[in-house]
Design a protein around this ligand. Structure first.
Ligand SMILES: N[C@@H](CCC(=O)N[C@@H](CS)C(=O)NCC(=O)O)C(=O)O
Length: 164
């Protein structure tokens, strides 16, 4: 079975799937994207734009929770989910809360502090890419900044305060 993780190197949801793959000892190839330019390729692959996307024998699965559920089925041991049904429901509810609330709030809090630091932001999210790609990323950043804020719910100070 060939596993390919289409990912951002810096993202809590991608990190979560990397942890799951490592925990289960599953070998895989990682394909790194820069946020923004990733959209076309990820949409073509999975019909939506968020990472992580795991490709497995021709199937593309998006969403960290769905990916982990799939990994539990293809590699039962070591198990990530508790065997006891009540504990399992509790773990899944915790995961759902982290995915819908904690993860996006951490990202919003972090981006609110980074978004005006274009050089730092681009150095981080374009690391490992070619020089022309890094230069192009930095050049378009001022135009992309507003979209990054909007996509992360950074509208005013209250929206930032709420994330902390
Ligand atoms: N609920 C999703 C959230 C994934 C998500 O928000 N990924 C972000 C990176 S942290 C992303 O790829 N954003 C780019 C986009 O929305 O186009 C999951 O658990 O995988």
């Amino acid at each position: 079975m060939k596993l390919e993780l289409h990912q951002f190197p810096y993202s809590p949801f991608n990190e979560k799937v990397r942890w799951a793959l490592a925990f289960k000892g599953l070998e895989h190839r990682r394909i790194n994207y820069m946020p923004g330019p990733h959209m076309r390729s990820i949409r073509k692959l999975s019909g939506q734009t968020t990472t992580p996307v795991l490709c497995m024998d021709g199937d593309a699965i998006s969403g960290s929770a769905g990916i982990i559920e799939k990994l539990e089925r293809i590699a039962h041991l070591p198990a990530l989910y508790p065997a006891d049904p009540a504990e399992r429901s509790e773990a899944l509810a915790l995961q759902a809360d982290f995915d819908s609330c904690l993860g996006p709030n951490v990202r919003r809090a972090l981006f609110s502090q980074m978004v005006d630091e274009g050089a730092y932001f681009c150095r981080m999210f374009a690391s490992g890419k070619s020089l022309p790609a890094r230069l192009a990323y930095r050049a378009v950043y001022p135009m992309a900044k507003g979209l990054i804020k909007k996509a992360n719910g950074i509208t005013d100070q209250a929206s930032i305060d709420q994330a902390f």
